[in-house]
Design a protein around this ligand. Sequence first.
Ligand SMILES: C[S@@+](CC[C@H](N)C(=O)[O-])C[C@H]1O[C@@H](n2cnc3c(N)ncnc32)[C@H](O)[C@@H]1O
Length: 243
Amino acid sequence: MTQQEHQQTAGLPLPGARLLAAAALVRPGRVVADIGTDHGYLPAYLVRAGICPFAYASDIRPGPLAKARETVRKYGLDSRVCCLLGDGLEQVPPGKAEDIVIAGMGGDMIANILANAAWLQNPAVHLILQPMTAQNALRRWLCENGFAIQTETAVCESRHVYTVMSVYYIGRASKWDEVFLQVGRHGDNRDAASAAYMRSRAQRLQKKVRGMERAAHSDPDAIRSYQETIDTILRMVERCENS
Ligand SMILES: C[S@@+](CC[C@H](N)C(=O)[O-])C[C@H]1O[C@@H](n2cnc3c(N)ncnc32)[C@H](O)[C@@H]1O
């Protein structure tokens, strides 16, 4: 039975592979908050599947939140999923959620949401972050603000490869370099999706380098430095594919 058939048989909402990868990182038995929930599939899935006893589903816009309320009603979860209208975590009672998912937004926006919720600076809180863009900016913000990326999972959906981060507050800044900003923890992984993720990051940088080379006032040192980063990432891809 495929995962989709299983979910349909069990009467579960059907989040795609990207959101299921985020769901797989949520600690069973914990109260979860899904920030930017949109349709509310993720919290409905987590509660309905018995992974979480209770969930907060929050969105900044009334339209998406109405969709989340509809999902909650459809699956009979009114007493176990609380829908909240608000910016980031502003409506989530501090300390009430232990696992926080922020998926499907840009890395800068995710960093901004985290910066506005000081109660997340607690090693007991688990953050599951899935940036669509600006992954490097998010990794840098996390490193500089006392959060550590423990693992990253790569997931392929609709011909795109996404990263999902598992993050904890450690209370001290971590060192980073350009390779880490680009590929994060994927260098630790040995699966095809992580290899594809790292390759796509190298290709993106290669494009940037070509643009820099064409520019009227190119900076040879910057180009050399990016090229070294690309070469390192491609060696990591090779290691990942050959092990
Ligand atoms: C592209 S959807 C992602 C939905 C779902 N999390 C996913 O990954 O498929 C982004 C959602 O985040 C909401 N959003 C954007 N900024 C937000 C903020 N500051 N606080 C809460 N929700 C926000 C949007 O209204 C939208 O519903």
